[in-house]
Design a protein around this ligand. Sequence first.
Ligand SMILES: *Cc1c(COP(=O)(O)O)cnc(C)c1O
Length: 401
Amino acid sequence: MNLSYGRPYLAIPGPSVMPDRVLAAMHRASPDIYGGSLHDMVETIWPDLKNVAGTAANVALYIGNGHASWEAANANLFSRGDKALVLATGNFGHGWARSVRAMGVEVDVLDFGTASSVDLGQFEAALRADGAHKLRAVLVTQVDTASTIKNDIAALRRVMDFVGHPALLAVDCIASLGCDEYRMDDWGVDVTVAASQKGLMTPPGLGFVWFSDKARAVCAGSDLRTPYWDWTPRAGAAEFWQLFNGTAPTHHLFGLREALDMINEEGLENIWARHTVLARSVWAAFDAWGAGNPAIGLNVANPALRGHSVTAARMGAPHATRLRDWTEFKAGVTLGIGLGMAEPHEPAYHGFLRVAHMGHVNAHMTLGALAVMEAGMVALGIDHGPGALAAAARIVGEAVR
Ligand SMILES: *Cc1c(COP(=O)(O)O)cnc(C)c1O
């Protein structure tokens, strides 16, 4: 018996579900890169892209994934021998630290583990300890996709202002942009990094770096820059080819245009609210399952510290892997592997999994994925508390009257 025949659902935290509209927009012959419809269309992308990040400042677009976006930001932010402070709340914070260290920057990491957000007192102490203002930038994830911890970015900026430290604030929003509330300008962020394949609903291959005018001025002399990564021409090109330092990512751009149309149609605040309700439905299901089996539980205890696009949970090894295999191969739902959840930052695949509720996802998809997970627990004899699906449905029903 196998119930996986039908449209599969990839519920991993990136690549997320690609809307048919986005795929259809990409299904076309190669456009001319020297003029015509591609140029006209690309003109329209910039204001919408800035709006998604909540900024009126600058944006540079790269052909690359999230790792490339990190390096793009690094190359513009730093000179050799500069110092960075990374606030790590999971695997991806450490990944950004490795990338910037490899480029010749001295990196201090404040490691807050995988179950709590940045401790503001420790952050303040680290800034005060840098009386000579050697730190050029503070790097942090809004949502770490491995731990699914969310940091309060506005609070980090308040600490920096309170201490009077001039470092730039750079935020990795790869997992959260277009899912969780984010307001770059209002929150005083200098650099925001994202990629196309998560909340922005476009296939992997586009990276984005938004930067404030202050960051542009402070970083004007950064010596890690090479022509490809320099954000200056990309954000204000005199000629079209300079926007991408070579051939434009033609089809991705048409896909992105369609995804931005979809974001505009729904509205950012509605998108944030949809992700909040879907996340709460997943949390309610895990709380009910865990009430009957202490091995099952959400990774992040405090709901205020949880991202809204992806949820990491303990299942008790080896049940996370068994359940993921069952849901994928017997029921057509692929869940995310646990990532970097054992100390020190080793994969612990068999004891953790992640459920994505990111981007082009609606109530029937999330409630369906939860129902499939419960069916898998029944099939595999994994103990679980009752009432999870009713609890998840109640969250949705009470939110949408
Ligand atoms: C996905 C992700 C990355 C890495 O992006 P890639 O496209 O896989 O290189 C980095 N940071 C966060 C927060 C992510 O969610």
